[in-house]
Design a binder for this molecule. Structure first.
Ligand code: NAD
Length: 265
């Protein structure tokens, strides 16, 4: 393996990679030499621009799957298609996620179901589809984007906190099942990362708590983070790339925080 492109000849699927953290992880893995499958929603021309940009910037193959992470059959088909197209799926990054902010007694049931499906169950179905190939090849990396909310709670985020605690447990279980097969499974748990997901929840938090935008940023979001700074998408991507390296082969079942000290409190 070359040190500049240690993931050459590997294929990675990154769910929810048309934006934010997922897009940065897909770019990071491509920079390390991996062929990548992008997934998620968005404007077709912007998605194509991101896909083509990754392929040309890093000299890898990049494909886009429009699989909906609420649909188990589409998730399985995405993995199958990637295996047929590229020969293997060596790296699976379960990253797709949404947020909804509301008190439990007003939380719409359909939002609860949607968050559990996208933020938790999609990882289960993608792992179910990708694990047999990883076991056969005796190499694999599963990285689940969890959150500081996999370790601690915040009010008004019941479904998100439940899903993220769930994915932390799912990751540990996968790590134990896959340890004999040289397949690792880990969570990355960022604190607040400045992405569209965070920006979009500001109006609802303003409403739920009766605060201004500045108050939400300073007194709610960054209040939890002792460093008083947002995590960057590139920092999360760098950790994901490290978890795919040989140096990380003994890291499995870990929940790796990157939260400016939030969960140390
Ligand atoms: P984002 O909104 O920028 O990206 C979310 C991605 O998920 C997009 O590509 C979107 O199209 C995709 N997606 C949404 N619903 C989907 C569906 N049904 N099927 C397929 N794709 C779907 O958000 P982000 O901040 O980059 O979040 C990415 C992950 O990181 C999420 O799991 C989120 O919970 C987690 N996270 C984010 C933060 C943060 O502060 N931004 C902190 C901790 C964890």
């Amino acid at each position: 393996m070359s040190s500049t492109a240690p993931l050459t000849s590997k294929t990675a699927i990154v769910t929810g990679s048309t934006s934010g953290i997922g897009l940065a992880i897909a770019r990071g893995l491509a920079q390390a030499g991996a062929d990548v499958v992008l997934n998620g929603f968005g404007k077709p021309e912007e998605i194509e621009q991101a896909r083509a940009g990754i392929a040309s910037a890093f000299g890898v193959r990049a494909h886009y799957s429009d699989a909906d992470m609420t649909k188990p059959d589409q998730i399985a088909a995405m993995v199958r298609d990637a295996e047929e197209r590229f020969g293997t799926v060596d790296i699976l990054v379960n990253n797709a996620g949404i947020q909804f902010v509301s008190a439990i007694e007003e939380f719409p049931g359909e939002k609860w179901e949607q968050i559990i499906a996208i933020n938790l169950s999609s990882a289960f179905y993608a792992m179910q589809a990708a694990i047999p190939g990883m076991k056969r090849r005796e190499w694999g990396r599963i990285i689940n984007t969890a959150s500081a909310h996999s370790l601690v709670a915040s009010p008004y985020k019941s479904a998100y906190v439940a899903a993220k605690h769930g994915i932390a447990g799912l990751t540990k279980t996968a790590a134990l099942e896959l340890a004999p097969h040289k397949v690792t499974a880990n969570c990355i748990s960022p604190g607040y990362v400045w992405t569209p997901l965070v920006e979009a929840q500001i109006p609802d938090t303003m409403k739920a708590r009766g605060l201004t935008k500045e108050q939400v940023i300073d007194d709610v979001l960054l209040k939890a983070q002792p460093t008083k700074a947002f995590v960057t998408v590139d920092q999360v991507a760098a950790l994901a790339v490290f978890l795919c390296s040989d140096a990380a082969s003994q890291i499995t079942g870990a929940n790796m925080t990157m939260d400016g000290g939030w969960t140390a409190q």
